[in-house]
Design a protein around this ligand. Sequence first.
Ligand SMILES: CC(C)(COP(=O)(O)OP(=O)(O)OC[C@H]1O[C@@H](n2cnc3c(N)ncnc32)[C@H](O)[C@@H]1OP(=O)(O)O)[C@@H](O)C(=O)NCCC(=O)NCCS
Length: 222
Amino acid sequence: MAGNLTDIEFFILTPDDFQETLTFFDEQFLKRNPLCIAFKETCKEAFGEHLNVALKETLESGFSMGARDKTTKALIGIRLTKITSVDNVSKQTASDEAKLTENNLYRVLAMLSPDEDVFRGVSSFLYMFALAVHRDYCGHGLASRLVKKTLELGEERGYSASEVKVTNTLSEKIYNKQGFETIKTLDLATVEDEFGLDTSLIPGETIMKLMVKRPPSIAMGQ
Ligand SMILES: CC(C)(COP(=O)(O)OP(=O)(O)OC[C@H]1O[C@@H](n2cnc3c(N)ncnc32)[C@H](O)[C@@H]1OP(=O)(O)O)[C@@H](O)C(=O)NCCC(=O)NCCS
């Protein structure tokens, strides 16, 4: 790494950071994330126009954290997050139905959607959309810090529930440490023919997980 964590500035990404974030997402997420790897070059196409819309919405919501190297000024990490209402999730699922039938990426993600009662009693939650750290800065706790800071920001603003779909065992560890629980799993190897995936390209595990963090009052078993 070009420095240590003291040389890194954490900040909230805004719509002004759109182009830089999109380029970073393309280089450091789409090309390295296990699910995207299994979709090969079709992953970006699958996001299509939806990617720009989702990214703009995410930056506008003011809950996405970025990390910048203070020396080089380069963006080196992103934790894209937005606020989603529980109602919105069911509406989106219904309106996206047509798209889901022909879009394999959305179909895989839909298999890991939370059931309606997961956030019982909560009206809105943090929807964690993409986490990535630049290759040269990995393994120094940067992703863990980005997740922790996002959760702190959410708590400060009154949001203590979160959802994330993980495809990478490293990030699963991060969320476990922050009190997330796994509530659904999908082995991509079992659906690869159906969705046109090549899971032999994934360097590690092929299991994808829906993880949630819920306020103690509605956590598992209560
Ligand atoms: C997953 C990713 C965000 C992790 O970023 P990071 O800054 O290296 O993560 P951290 O340094 O906070 O490490 C998280 C955990 O993984 C471990 N870890 C990180 N890199 C590792 C490596 N190369 N080998 C073994 N363990 C590693 C850390 O030790 C840490 O575990 P610990 O808390 O028990 O010590 C990064 O690898 C990445 O951007 N990957 C590509 C995009 C992607 O797949 N995103 C996740 C989508 S679910």
